[in-house]
Ligand binder design. Structure first.
Ligand code: SF4
Length: 247
């Protein structure tokens, strides 16, 4: 690609990102100017190009776009989490799902298996999904962060910024009717709020025009196994999701 083509491509990507900014996803445009850290040997322009291509790529061939996205995630080195991962965990499920569950990041089991929500919290999520009347394969399950943070620590804001284009692309390709945000990190990212979960859960917010139901992360339920009140609240939230899906 010569310099003129590169400049034209960057202008096209910036316009696309500005479209997302106008929708309220303004951090994407900020990211173009401040994306850190950079890979060694990578210029700002080349990294901008890669990040932008994740968002802009629209071949009209959904299968090809999914394959490209998955390849990009599995080989990604946009943030330091690639150094400690066994493998990245792109997400799984029905690519035309009406319902997406978005969690925080892979844990140990997910990192080893390359699949989201397969540990104890994942088994609980699977039971919740089944209680809602779905098979796990009927919905889509992903995380904001695609690589396991060391010791399962909370992802840093710069890691969320670096990884978020992948989730945005997944949402754009799936076009779900409802998103369930599992826990604080997913809720903060999707609803741009730092209010406590106890204030947010049970009420729909919105992300890119899609209703988002924030609720407690399944790992919180696992940690509070004997607390029936938390389970009841999560189920109340899921009933609202089911009602919206039926409407
Ligand atoms: S966490 Fe996301 S941005 Fe960081 S290396 Fe993994 S896939 Fe890339």
């Amino acid at each position: 690609m010569d310099e003129k083509e590169l400049v034209e491509k960057i202008v096209k990507i910036r316009k696309e990102l500005e479209f997302y900014r106008d929708l309220g996803v303004d951090f994407l445009v900020n990211q173009m100017d401040s994306c850190q850290p950079r890979l060694s040997g990578q210029t700002a322009s080349s990294q901008t190009l890669i990040l932008g291509e994740i968002m802009v790529s629209r071949t009209g061939d959904a299968q090809a776009e999914w394959e490209k996205l998955t390849r990009q995630i599995l080989s990604c080195r946009f943030c330091p989490l690639y150094k400690s991962r066994t493998q990245a965990v792109p997400g799984e499920g029905n690519r035309q799902a009406r319902l997406i569950f978005v969690g925080e990041a892979p844990g140990r089991d997910e990192d080893l298996q390359g699949r989201p929500f397969v540990g104890r919290a994942g088994q609980l999520l699977t039971r919740i999904i089944q209680a809602m009347g779905f098979d796990r394969q009927e919905v889509y399950i992903a995380n904001v962060i695609k690589c396991r943070p060391p010791e399962n620590r909370t992802p840093k804001p710069e890691e969320v910024r670096a990884c978020s284009p992948y989730l945005l692309k997944q949402i754009e390709l799936i076009k779900p009717k409802v998103i369930v945000a599992l826990g604080k990190v997913a809720t903060e990212f999707l609803l741009k709020t730092d209010l406590p979960m106890s204030d947010l859960r049970g009420n729909f917010g919105e992300f890119m025009g899609i209703p988002v139901m924030p609720t407690f992360h399944p790992s919180y339920l696992v940690r509070n196994e004997g607390n029936k009140e938390i389970k009841r609240m999560v189920w109340e939230d899921m009933k609202k999701v089911m009602k919206l899906l039926e409407s």
